[in-house]
Ligand binder design. Structure first.
Ligand code: MEV
Length: 438
């Protein structure tokens, strides 16, 4: 077990690595060399990455891939995707190619409202708090005017502030429930700064409010923070085609395919065990675009899964139906994304990702990202109801196993050819490598 260390963050990078090597790597030079191998030779770039977080000792690469042929609202896009899981990008590309000859994807932003709350304790008469709130509402707004001016110039700002009485859930618990329009910014800093100022104004105004008793004047701020639950920052995307345009194989006619597909989605709508995996597949596509474009995938994940449970039971984020011989497959998902601020102007690959997407505004990025999720889910269900998932997965996984065993280029070439006609399983790949090396 490593000893307690204090002042670690103040050590130089070299000393941090020395400490790590001593306490975790048995001073193994190979471990140190591995960390150093991943440093960028461009010092300026390395420093940029070092400063993204604290205690950075190396860089952790993820593949930066692209999926072409995404026809979205009649415009063709190439999607940047950052993800480590094999077969996700291939699946996205395959779905994009399939739908580009069937009208492509359609997407529409339904709403763009974000939420933040000041959680506080007030001990006293609720009616007096309401009167106080009406009285200070304009003061609350003017106290943040220095922060909102620029946002208002861009078409955003504070949409509303509401007082919410939550005392049936927790004694003396109230909220300022605030809604925001942050246009092309994800807006976390803007929202949190406004909320913290609202909290200060609320507290100081309460102290001066003559109708309050001494206890009522003593509002305690518990916390001020944005919410990653954004059910009103919503985007919808869909694909649609006559069922006769769906895959038609010797095992399944187009009509049977459509019905099996709809049934698979229906299962995810009613069965939480399936819904979680189904939505995980959707998030494969969504997170990959979110990460490539420098957005916060944890926020997106949290919001998406909360939305999937909004009716009290975890359910599918996508839906499918057949109506009048037309197959429609859609997604509805909250996506609070930004295309300005944060990493978007800092990370060179994020800048390139946004350039690949032709510099979208936040609404466009919401549409593109929702489409990535829908495409991913289409590809997954397509595999699941036909060949099964392992066929595609294991083919892609083959390369990972070969790399794990440090296969040479000649070995790779031979084994890739071999596994074109033989089922890929981990043990079979290992057996074939061993056989080849004998
Ligand atoms: C794997 O990362 C994702 C899938 O399991 C999604 C699904 O089952 O729908 C293939």
């Amino acid at each position: 077990m490593a000893p307690v260390v204090s002042g670690f963050s103040k050590l130089s990078k070299a000393d941090k690595i020395k400490w790590l090597a001593e306490h975790h790597f048995n001073n193994d030079q190979n471990a140190i060399d591995t960390l150093v191998t991943y440093w960028n030779s461009d010092n300026r770039l390395q420093q940029l990455h070092d400063e993204f977080t604290e205690n950075t000792i190396s860089n952790y690469y993820l593949p930066f891939s692209i999926a072409p042929n995404f026809l979205i609202n009649n415009t063709r896009y190439t999607l940047p995707m950052t993800i480590e899981e094999s077969s996700v990008v291939a699946a996205a590309s395959k779905a994009a190619k399939f739908w580009q000859t069937r009208g492509g994807f359609k997407a529409e932003v339904i709403s763009t409202i974000k939420v933040g709350q000041v959680h506080f304790t007030y001990t006293g008469n609720p009616a007096k708090l309401e009167a106080f709130f009406s009285n200070i509402k304009t003061k609350l707004l003017s106290s943040v005017s220095h922060m909102t001016t620029n946002m208002e110039k861009r078409g955003g700002g504070i949409v509303a502030i509401e007082l919410r009485n939550k005392t049936t859930e927790i004694d003396n618990y109230y909220q300022l429930h605030c809604t925001f329009e942050t246009v092309d910014a994800m807006g976390a800093n803007f929202i949190n700064s406004c909320l913290e100022q609202f909290a200060k104004t609320l507290q100081s105004e309460a102290k001066k409010y003559s109708d309050f008793s001494t206890a009522e004047k003593d509002i305690e701020i518990i916390m001020s923070i944005l919410s990653n639950y954004v059910p009103n920052c919503l985007v919808k995307a869909y694909v649609s085609c006559p069922i006769t345009d769906l895959p038609n194989t010797k095992e399944l006619s187009s009509e049977q395919y459509a019905e099996k597909f709809v049934r698979a989605v229906r299962i995810a709508e009613v069965e939480p065990y399936r819904a979680v995996t189904h939505n995980k597949g959707i998030m494969n596509g969504i997170d990959a675009v979110v990460l490539a474009t420098g957005n916060d995938f944890r926020a997106i994940e949290a919001g998406a899964h909360a939305y999937a449970s909004r009716n009290g039971k975890y359910s599918s984020l996508t839906h499918a139906e057949i109506k009048d011989e037309i197959f429609t497959f859609s997604i509805e998902i909250p996506l609070a994304l930004g295309t300005v601020g944060g990493l978007t102007t800092l990370h060179p690959l994020v800048k390139l990702a946004l350039q690949i997407l032709e510099r979208p505004n936040a609404k466009k990025l919401m549409q593109i990202t929702a489409v990535a999720g829908l495409a991913q889910n289409f590809a997954a269900i397509n595999s699941l109801i036909t060949t099964g998932i392992q066929q595609g997965h294991m083919k892609m996984h083959l390369m990972n196993i070969l790399n794990q065993f440090e296969a040479t280029e000649i070995e790779k070439k031979y084994l890739i050819t071999y596994f074109k006609t033989n089922p890929v399983t981990h043990s079979e790949v290992v057996a074939q490598i061993e056989k080849l090396r004998q």
